[in-house]
Design a protein around this ligand. Structure first.
Ligand code: SF4
Length: 355
């Protein structure tokens, strides 16, 4: 059973700089140069919990390390990148609220994460957004939500909304529940994979008290399914809190049908629902981690042969620039040069690099 001391000491012991990392890992010249540039560039800083490092194998190409270690590729020119790949600034409804769909709204509750993922689509926003939502923004969001009964689901996102004391999380969820007693709260957190000890009996009971509530989390590799992650998932599921899982298709990390088959079947066996396999967004500094869409289609085709309906997530991409979710392969309506033409269910047209 996890305690508050477990997760708080993980955060206190996080690696945040090159010196700390060099004490634990041999760093090659490219890695040292990337770390130096990171410190000077204002890009998403390094942050790794000791727990996450404990999952890693040797070498910077390891799929656990490659998700959190900066690489020289982050600083290469990327003509396909889009500063705000999901167009969240276009859909801002209140200071910390984004509304892209009629029935859902997303609240950015925190700028903190246990591990900084190098593929994060909010990687240009997070460095300037430390800490939790302010009381003023929280109150404004609650008023906005109370006035819109057509919003059926409130996505509580970040950063990671569970990187805070239980009391602060309770204060936020109480305000949302008071504003919208019937709405489903979706808590979007990577803690089950990056900081599973966050799921203390106290936090699980707190989340349970705000049902209807589900946890939407993020696993990218079967190595993340550790005994501690098992315990976190089981504690949520046993408390009647459904768990859905999103995965990002990442070059050199999980772009392999064998790896994804193992991940998705492992999640389903634990009672979690593989929800989405996402084609990576066109966030700046992530081109080296993006699996080409043409290859992603081949991988998904193979997964459809191997996985049952309960194990197979939907393959999707967020249309660059804010057009909403496009399901793959059915949302591809053409190929122009080296770009696939996409059409979202609501009729928005966009393009995405094919190769
Ligand atoms: S946990 Fe989520 S929000 Fe935080 S860095 Fe990773 S992908 Fe981004």
């Amino acid at each position: 059973m996890f305690t508050d001391e477990d997760w708080e000491s993980q955060l206190r012991g996080s690696l945040r700089d090159a010196e700390g990392l060099a004490r634990l890992l041999p760093l090659d010249g490219g890695m040292k140069a990337a770390l130096d540039r990171l410190a000077d560039s204002g890009a998403l800083p390094l942050r790794i919990t000791p727990y996450w490092l404990s999952l890693a194998g040797p070498g910077p190409g390891d799929p656990i390390l490659a998700q959190c270690l900066p690489s020289p590729g982050e600083f290469e020119p990327d003509p396909d990148s889009v500063p705000d790949p999901l167009g969240e600034s276009l859909h801002r409804a209140a200071p910390s609220l984004v509304r892209q769909y009629r029935s859902r709204a997303l609240l950015r509750a925190s700028g903190e994460c246990a591990v900084h993922c190098r593929h994060c689509f909010r990687r240009t926003l997070l460095p300037s957004e430390r800490g939790y939502i302010s009381p003023g923004d929280q109150a404004e969001a609650a008023v906005w939500l109370a006035e819109r009964p057509e919003i059926r689901e409130i996505l509580v996102s970040g950063g990671d909304p569970l990187i805070a004391a239980d009391g602060r999380i309770e204060n936020l969820l109480s305000a949302l529940r008071a504003a919208r007693p019937e709405a489903v709260l979706r808590v979007c957190t990577r803690c089950p994979s990056t900081l599973p000890m966050r799921f203390t009996p106290g936090l699980v009971a707190l989340l349970r008290s705000f049902r209807p509530l589900r946890v939407v989390t993020h696993f990218n590799h079967p190595r993340e399914l550790s005994p501690q992650a098992d315990e976190a998932l089981a504690s949520l599921i046993d408390a009647g809190i459904p768990v859905s899982v999103q995965t990002v298709l990442l070059s050199g990390i999980n772009d392999d049908p064998d790896i994804l088959e193992s991940l998705f079947s492992g999640l389903a066996r634990r009672g979690a629902h593989p929800y989405y396999l996402f084609q990576a967004d066109l966030a700046p500094g992530t081109a080296h981690l993006r699996c080409p869409l043409s290859r992603g289609l081949d991988i998904y085709s193979e997964l459809r042969k191997r996985l049952s309906g309960m194990e197979l997530p939907r393959y999707a991409v967020d249309a660059p620039g804010g057009g909403g979710k496009v399901y793959l392969p059915e949302g591809i309506v053409g190929l122009e040069g080296d770009k696939y033409i996409l059409m979202s269910p609501s009729g928005v047209r966009a393009s995405y690099p094919a190769y």
